[in-house]
Design a binder for this molecule. Structure first.
Ligand code: HEC
Length: 225
């Protein structure tokens, strides 16, 4: 009995960072389905996403609204605190997106739906979407980091981290990723500084992938102990 509890405890710690493989496998099938009887009010398809540079820039990130409430979204983003309205789209980098569903739809994520989208010259393709269970491409869980944001920031971390687990990228690296969003038709030529920053992003991403591959092995091993 104690062994089982111990195993569960280890599993729970592992799951806080990276969900076990079984939960990940469900992500894609569950993705588009509404939770319970309710359906999400904001319809999101591959075509809902834009080149970052065509969105509204507020300080270091970009916003939009899929429900015609852009003014309200911008107001919260500019204030740096408050509750984002339904339909809000928030992005820092081309691949990771948070979209606000209707009030009460997913109380645990404060109604945010998390997305990882793959982007190229043809546009955007949803790779994963959902709520608590969604991981990014490096198998890091969106919710696990964002749930630690200060309550007044409505799940957004902000430039100072806002209480979230940090991402090991600099302002220059985020800026370079934004300016080289492959979906943008009129993107300026890539500067030497951005090229250097992107090279460093590549190195950080490789290190993150490696770190998370070993985390995953640990959480898979845990229940057997
Ligand atoms: C390791 C922790 C971590 C993970 C995992 C993570 N984020 Fe974040 N996220 C952050 C931090 C920290 C920032 C703020 C970075 C900055 O501006 O310097 C951020 C910023 C953002 C922003 C810009 C608004 C804000 O919160 O400042 C969005 C949108 C976002 N993340 C979405 C996602 C999505 C979607 C996923 C999963 C696919 C994800 N994040 C995974 C930590 C994380």
């Amino acid at each position: 009995m104690t062994d089982i509890l111990q195993g569960l405890r280890i599993l729970a710690v592992g799951a806080a960072l990276v969900l076990p493989a079984a939960a990940q496998a469900q992500t894609s099938t569950r993705a588009a389905e509404p939770e319970g009887e309710k359906a999400p009010a904001v319809t999101v398809t591959d075509g809902s996403f834009k080149c970052l540079l065509d969105m509204k820039k507020v300080r270091h990130f970009y916003v939009d609204n899929l429900s015609g409430r852009l003014d309200e979204t911008v107001k919260v983003a500019e204030a740096g605190e408050g509750e984002y309205p339904e339909g809000s789209v928030v992005q820092l980098v081309p691949n990771e997106v948070m979209i606000k569903q209707q009030k009460g739809f997913s109380p645990i994520t404060r109604d945010w739906e998390f997305f990882w989208i793959d982007v190229d010259g043809d546009g955007s393709k949803i790779f994963r979407r959902g709520f608590v269970e969604v991981n990014n491409r490096f198998e890091m869980n969106c919710f696990a980091c964002h749930v630690k944001a200060d309550a007044k920031n409505d799940f957004t971390c902000g430039a100072d981290g806002g209480g979230c687990d940090p991402i090991p990228l600099t302002r220059e690296m985020f800026g370079a990723l934004q300016r080289t969003d492959p979906r943008c038709k009129n993107a300026p030529p890539v500067s030497a500084a951005d090229q250097a920053a992107l090279k460093m992003v590549g190195e950080v991403v490789a290190a993150m992938k490696e770190a998370n591959a070993s985390n995953r092995t640990m959480s898979e091993d845990a229940p057997k102990k």
